[in-house]
Design a protein around this ligand. Structure first.
Ligand code: ADP
Ligand code: MG
Length: 384
């Protein structure tokens, strides 16, 4: 046996590991849109608009009217013998105090990897309400595209504009005129990942996926108005105003014909030995015809996918309706936050649920009985 010299183990350059990780968070143009829109929602926006050029490879632009981001924050801290306190605790101290001014950076580190205003400790993950928490999305975009941010915060006379590359600012933030909120532009996505760019150019364009994504957000967030259009197009492909009800929002996005064939559904299970959850939504009736299932699922406010649930719903339809058309399903599920793990994948697309099987079964049963009773009512009506 001939012994071979083992290869030397080297530490990868940070820029290399960052680019590898970035390719995972940002898989395609629609994943950029998802991250940007979720950031806008986290920023409390009530209006979000998306513009896309060349399926997102040339340009993705998301504008919102959220709280914006500051150049930096100045916080005054009071040193009580090594113990930093906010000034409103000044009353507590009866001795000398040292006042320190600390400059916190916001815009300069906005696109740095693992910087976030949302998560502070690992334990927070359990209860986190915001869509984001990994502090990776914007950073990732700067490793695989050119990112420019324009943002203004409440009460400021002007905003700032700054571009980022590989996690850092390309120049000092420049004052600019801006309207309330934040606009983020991602240009030339995957300019440095030729294989990915080629694959995306050959594949059919990502724009339909982006329209689909915004449609889903729009029917869930009825208190936010959304638009989504191709760059240079007069007409938006999704355009909603704040809606009075979920059904109104579905009408706006998917059209009256679908909305007409929807039935409201709900289910819950409060048996603590099994799963604890609440579900509400709309499902299509026997009148609805489609070749493909549309399943819009939110779990604890997050847009996610759950393949076992989708399968179970398809089974319920094919078992109950004679002409088994594929369903349209909108569903919002709430489970206690400790029953869902949001951190199973960098894209946060799949979540893992405790007692998933019994939850899926309960929902499948609820759908079957709803379909059954509505089918009977229908027959009854036609006979009458
Ligand atoms: P995460 O969302 O996980 O915190 P991101 O990389 O997506 O990480 O964003 C980093 C930070 O940038 C956020 O925590 C937030 O403070 C700020 N930010 C991003 N997008 C916006 C926006 N549209 N409006 C205001 N602040 C934003
Ligand atoms: Mg985010």
């Amino acid at each position: 046996v001939q012994w071979r010299e083992p290869p030397t183990i080297r530490r990868l350059e940070e820029s290399v590991t960052n680019r590898i990780a970035a390719g995972e968070v940002v898989q395609r143009p629609s994943s950029v849109v998802k991250e940007l829109v979720e950031n806008s929602l986290d920023a409390g926006a009530t209006s979000i608009s998306v513009v896309v050029k060349d399926g997102g490879l040339k340009l993705i632009q998301v504008s919102d009217n959220g709280h914006g981001s500051r150049l930096g924050t100045i916080r005054i801290k009071v040193d009580l013998g090594g113990d930093f306190r906010e000034p409103d605790h000044l009353a507590d101290c009866n001795g000398y105090v040292v006042v320190r001014v600390r400059q916190y950076e916001d815009l300069p580190i906005l696109c740095e990897r693992h910087t976030t205003s949302k998560l502070t400790s690992f334990e927070d993950l359990q209860t986190i309400k915001s869509m984001g928490f990994r502090g990776e999305a914007l950073a990732s975009m700067t490793y695989v595209g050119h990112v420019t941010v324009m943002t203004i915060t409440d009460g400021q006379l002007h905003g700032y504009r700054v571009s980022y590359r590989d996690g850092v600012m390309e120049h000092e933030p420049k004052p600019c005129a801006a309207v309330k909120g934040t606009q983020i532009m991602v240009e030339n996505l995957f300019y440095n990942m030729l294989a990915r760019r080629k694959a995306l150019q050959n594949a059919s364009d990502d724009y339909p996926k982006i329209v689909d994504l915004i449609s889903r957000f729009a029917i869930y967030h009825t208190n936010v108005s959304f638009t989504c259009r191709k760059h240079g197009a007069n007409k938006a492909d999704v355009s909603t105003v704040i809606a009075a009800s979920r059904l109104d929002a579905i009408k706006m996005v998917y059209g009256m014909p679908i909305a007409r064939d929807l039935m409201e559904i709900g289910a819950s299970d409060n048996n603590p030995t099994r799963s604890v959850f609440e579900m509400d939504g709309f499902i299509s009736s026997a009148n609805y015809m489609a070749k493909k299932t549309t399943m819009v699922l939110f779990i604890n406010d997050r847009l996610v996918e759950c393949t076992p649930l989708k399968r179970a719903i398809e089974v319920a339809y094919s078992a109950t309706l004679t002409k088994a058309s594929k369903p349209f399903v909108f569903m919002s599920i709430r489970v206690p936050s400790e029953h869902v793990d949001v951190n199973v994948h960098p894209t946060k697309r799949e979540v893992s649920l405790l007692n998933q099987e019994s939850l899926v079964n309960t929902i499948q049963d609820a759908i079957e009985s709803k379909l059954m009773s509505s089918n009977n009512t229908r027959t009854f009506h036609t006979q009458a």
